[in-house]
Every structure is written in C-alpha cells, then in structure tokens.
Design a protein around this ligand. Structure first.
Ligand SMILES: Cc1ncc(COP(=O)(O)O)c(C=O)c1O
Length: 449
C-alpha cells in the first residue's frame, strides 16, 4: 500500500539511526575514496525499479558501494580545496531539520525557523559592523550567494547610474563564481590588477580614473580570504573608493570571513563595515554541514526590490511589513532552512569557541609553514595569512605533483591537490579542521622527500 511509505518503520529507523551515530562517533574520520573506482556503478543498477527493496539491502549497498567512494571533507586529512569540518552539534541538528522536514521559504509558513536564521545573520552582521537593520538569507553555497548579491548590485547600479549595460570590478584572484555570476548577469567584468595578490583601493581608483568605456562601473567585489592562498583584500580602501564613486561594495568572504569570530583575526577585516553585501559560508570555516552560505545586505530593502517573486498564489506571504521572507533576498523560493544547524551549534557552543577553532586552523598553518622552511627539499612560497599554505617541492614536475597527490590519497595519508602560484605548479594545504595535527603535516611533508 502506498500509505505504508508514510508510516514510521521502527527497523528502518534503527538501521539509519545506528549508521548515523556510528558515523558521528568515528574518530579519526576516515578519508575514504582512494581514487580507485573500477566499474562500481554496476552494483547500483538493480535497485531502482517498479518494486522496492529491503532497507537493509539498500543500506548495505550504500555502506559498501557508495560511502567508501565519497571523500570525507570532514576528515582531518582532507586538506584540498576548502574542506568542511562541521561540529557534531551542527550535524546532529541537521538531522532534526531533516526529520522535521523543516522548510523556510516564508515567514507565513516558518516564522520560527526564519527568526532563528535571522539571529545568525544579525550576529554575523554585528561582527562585521553593519547596521542593526542588516539582513538577508541563507543559500546553498558561496556561488549562489555571490550570484544573488551581484544581481542586486547590478540592478541597483543600473538605477543609480542610469544605464542598462553596466560593469562590475573584481580582481584576477576573485573566486571563479564571480566571473560566472557576472557572465550570467550579462555584466562586464573589469579586472583590476592586484598588488601582491591583493586588490587595493588605490588600484581600483586608478582603473576607474583611466577607464575610457561608456559602460559605467557600478560595483566592486573584494575577497576576504582568496581561495588559492587566503589573502584578504584592502577592504577599507576598496570600500572608501566604492562609496566615493557610488559603487555597490560586495565582499566575498565565503571562506575567510569566518575569521570575524576570531579576536586575533578580526582586525584584518577592517573596512568590512562599508560592505553593501557580504557572504560567508558556514559549510566552510564556520563548521556547519553542507550546504550553507550566509548572505547579508546592509540595506535589505534593495535586495527585496530585486528578488521578491510575484504571483497571485504568493500574495499570501506578502501581507505585512514585519514579515521576513527569505525568498525576497536571493534566487530561491522553496528552501531548507540552511542556517539552522549553525544556529544550534552557535547557541550550544558560543562564539568564543568558534573563534578559538578558527585560530586553531591558523596555528596549524603557521606550524606547517615552519616545518616547510626547515625541510631542505621544500620551499615555502608565501607566509600564510589565514590558514592556507602554498609551497614547492624543489625539482618536481607537474607529473610528480600529480602522482604524489594520487599516491597520498590512495594510501589514505591525506587528500591534497596541487595548484599553481605565480605561474608555478606547487602544493597547497588548506587547513580548517582543528583536529588536523602536526603529525599529519609531517607525514605529508616526509612523503615529498
Ligand atoms: C572565496 C570563495 N568564494 C566563493 C566560493 C564558492 O563557494 P561554494 O563552493 O559554496 O559555491 C568559494 C569556494 O571555495 C570561495 O573560496
């Protein structure tokens, strides 16, 4: 009977519960997926058909075939790209969000969930020094946060500058999602040359003064923690130039802006208070599960003017001025309240411990830099500003880096991928998980001897 699907099955509940608890208890967290795939997809083809299967059979296939072929981004040995390292509190509460089928499109349907998410957004806004009236929403990731914010930058810029075709300034170090967003929005990207990998107010002012094109620059994107090396742009200088030229100032802090919670790092973000919008991804350095990006506007009404969706059946959610509809602030309507796992974890642990966890990643990055400096076969390419270390193995070719990377993950030592820095292939360690130890770093560095 179809209705059986909606009756709680105690055995299935226990099966899933046992798995989740075992995974949550796992310490250390296994990396999994050593890159050896083989023809495993064949083992999945018989499951989906007109009739169902015993949950034990399906779960066995998940644990044997699927899970080992997914790298654990929360492993202390995952040091590639930007890892994730959710707190157990955030993970557990994510299960509550799932079990309760919580949604968060509108105030009418989910005022409680939205109010809790807004508490987190306000907290982040306060750390940034934005007006108390700031606000926004949580979206699925930094790419969607940037796209949503830049849509507001474009439309506000069109109005302010009286032009349909507009341009937005960014730097060559901006995340790839910025170029992608500008392309989708049909906005010209004006790439301002960075100085020592940092976008500065002076360089922006120079580009604006020397620009010949009739297409007005209406906004600028700064990065608070570049993805490749963790550099924080000159937020104060860029913000001041933006204000002087009536530009929208967006700060992409998907990775680095978590540093606002650290007493030690906070001064490095001075100038963030000038932002018209910023993003920070809790699924990165704010220790929440995928997928979650906090998008905050200094003047939320400007975002509402762009993102509010209109339809007769939606009139019911727009009935009064005090309601707060997340759908008014980004490109989404139905949504999971992606801010609730971090809300719970912050409420349980407090911001001080978050700041300490952020500092722990910086400490391990500094310790790694010192170990690299001492190793005769390695060369540190830049002192880490946040928690990313780039370094070179003297004498290695691109192929050597590639083979080393494959070998490390195959042996489950670490997941580390090469990058390029100043035209050279090199190694990159992105620290985020406070449980990553110098012992792990030593193992990685010794594997390059
Ligand atoms: C600075 C920056 N912006 C944007 C993004 C994109 O975020 P997401 O992968 O959540 O879409 C990243 C991802 O690493 C990032 O580092």
């Amino acid at each position: 009977m179809a209705s059986d699907m909606f009756t709680f099955d105690e055995q299935m509940g226990e099966l899933i519960g046992r798995y989740c608890i075992a995974r949550l208890r796992q310490q250390p967290i296994e990396l999994d997926f050593g890159g050896v795939t083989g023809p495993f997809e064949q083992e999945l083809v018989d499951l989906l058909g007109a009739t169902g299967n015993d949950p034990e059979v399906v779960m066995e296939r998940f644990t044997r075939v699927i899970a080992p072929r997914v790298l654990s981004a929360d492993s202390e040995r995952f040091l590639a790209f930007i890892p994730g390292a959710p707190t157990k509190a955030a993970l557990l509460f994510d299960m509550v969000v799932s079990a309760s089928s919580l949604h968060g499109a509108s105030w009418l349907e989910s005022a409680g969930a939205v109010a809790a998410e807004n508490e987190v957004l306000r907290l982040l806004g306060r750390f940034a020094g934005l007006p108390e009236t700031c606000g926004g929403t949580f979206v699925g990731g930094g790419s969607m946060g940037n796209l949503s914010a830049l849509a507001v930058a474009r439309d506000t810029g069109r109005r302010r500058h009286g032009a349909h075709q507009v341009a937005i300034a960014c730097s060559s170090e901006s995340h790839s999602s910025i170029a992608s967003a500008l392309h989708l929005l049909d906005v010209e990207a004006v790439v301002v040359p960075s100085q020592d990998h940092r976008l500065t107010g002076a360089a922006l002012a120079h580009v604006l003064a020397s620009r010949q094109s009739a297409v007005p620059v209406v906004g600028v994107v700064a990065t608070a923690g570049t993805t490749n090396i963790g550099v924080i742009d000159d937020l104060q200088g860029i913000g001041e130039v933006a204000k002087a030229h009536n530009l929208w100032f967006h700060v992409d802090g998907a990775y680095g802006l978590a540093g606002l919670l650290s007493d030690r790092l906070r001064p490095q973000f001075s100038g963030i208070y000038l932002a018209d919008s910023f993003i920070v991804d809790p699924h990165k350095w704010l220790f929440a599960p995928f997928d979650s990006c906090a998008l905050v506007y200094a003047e939320p009404a400007l975002a509402r003017a762009v993102h509010t969706q209109h339809a007769s059946y939606l009139d019911a959610i727009h009935t009064n001025a005090v309601e707060w509809n997340p759908s008014d602030y980004a490109i989404h309507l139905s949504r999971r309240p992606k801010g609730l796992p971090i809300w719970f974890s912050l409420a349980v642990h407090g911001t001080t411990r978050y700041g300490e966890a952020v500092d722990a990643a910086c400490d391990i990055a500094t310790a790694a830099a010192r170990l690299i400096e001492k190793a005769p076969h390695l060369r540190l390419l830049r002192e880490p500003e946040l928690s990313i270390v780039v370094f070179e193995r003297i004498g290695w070719s691109d192929d050597d880096y590639e083979q080393w990377s494959h070998d490390l993950v195959r042996r489950q030592v670490a997941f580390v991928t090469p990058t390029t820095f100043e035209g050279k292939t090199c190694a990159r360690l992105a620290f985020l998980n406070p449980r990553t130890t110098t012992t792990i770093v030593r193992e990685i560095l010794e594997s390059m001897a």
